[in-house]
Ligand binder design. Structure first.
Ligand SMILES: Nc1ncnc2c1ncn2[C@@H]1O[C@H](COP(=O)(O)OP(=O)(O)OP(=O)(O)O)[C@@H](O)[C@H]1O
Ligand SMILES: [Mg+2]
Length: 280
């Protein structure tokens, strides 16, 4: 089991709820994620949200990224523009633009080709123009987008759009990135690209924090070090109708995080998650 320490808070979600037209979609969502420090290497955080369709994952993600104000509660992230005070990094409420977001619909700029979109994503990077072009060409080749680099979003397949949207955020984001179902609808080669990209980001900076949702439990257990299950809790014996966190698996604590290969303990965890999801 890898030794690790938990340092300052990277994300603090406090009593979040969202009500649409009088219907409570998600409620009582509270959790905290801290900077994980593993001696001798850069180790970021990967957090997965699992839950059956309609339980409120996308709704939660829109509030995590500041795209939508919650009905109650708040989302706090560290404010690195302020200096550490009493050993604590001051926190701020998340605002739109603080966090990179790949939404479930893979929204792209209509008037930018794939190549232009990626160049735009790199506009604030300190790299030289040549280095930027090289980096973009490498990604286009690795992610199978070379042939479509001059094409506009309406001329791309769903998977090509999705990969462009994910790449845009990889190139543009700071430490914190939220991806809503980044793996759905991709072929196995592309799933592998996105999986490898996650692992690369995860080892690129201690502060790097990737939050994603998926319906693939095995992939979540393989990639994440923290998994939250969103479901309808049972209320007086019958299923509720508002989504909340019904279980948290801290894979670091369980000794399941950062494994090269899945072992029988991982498969036990996958089975447990499946059973919890089926009953919620
Ligand atoms: N703008 C809206 N107005 C009213 N209801 C909404 C709105 N957006 C989502 N909902 C409802 O909120 C519930 C949760 O939707 P959400 O998209 O968050 O679920 P999800 O867990 O992401 O599902 P999936 O796994 O299918 O993506 C659904 O019942 C949905 O109909
Ligand atoms: Mg969703």
């Amino acid at each position: 089991m890898t030794a690790y320490e938990q340092k300052h808070t990277l994300l603090h979600v406090d009593n979040l709820s969202v009500v649409y037209d009088g219907k409570t979609i998600i409620k009582n969502i509270s959790f905290e994620e801290k900077d994980t420090v593993v001696p001798g290497r850069e180790q970021g955080q990967i957090i997965a949200f699992l839950g059956r369709s309609g339980r409120g994952k996308s709704t939660l993600f829109r509030t995590l990224t500041g795209l939508e104000a919650p009905t109650t509660g708040r989302v706090l992230i560290p404010d690195y523009s302020k200096t550490v005070h009493d050993g604590q990094q001051p926190a701020k409420m998340v605002e739109e633009g603080d966090v990179g977001f790949v939404n479930q619909k893979y929204t792209l700029f209509r008037h930018k080709t794939v190549e232009q979109a990626l160049a735009f994503a790199l506009r604030r990077s300190p790299l030289s123009a040549t280095e930027k072009a090289e980096k973009i060409n490498q990604y286009l080749a690795d992610w199978g987008l070379e042939k479509v680099k001059m094409q506009y979003p309406n001329e791309l397949s769903g998977g090509q759009r999705q990969r462009t949207a994910i790449l845009e955020q990889l190139l543009n984001s700071g430490h914190y990135m939220v991806l809503d179902e980044p793996f759905s609808g991709l072929d196995i080669g592309n799933i592998d690209n996105v999986r490898k990209a996650f692992q690369l980001i995860n080892r690129s900076s201690e502060l790097s924090t990737v939050i994603f949702s998926t319906h693939d439990i095995e992939l979540a257990v393989e990639l994440a070090d923290s998994i939250y299950i969103i479901g309808y809790p049972r209320e007086n014996g019958s299923p509720g109708t508002s989504g909340t966190i019904i279980r948290h698996f801290d894979l670091k604590k369980m000794g399941l995080a950062w494994s090269e290969k899945l072992n029988s303990d991982h498969y036990d965890c996958i089975k447990e998650i499946r059973d919890i999801m089926l009953s919620s």
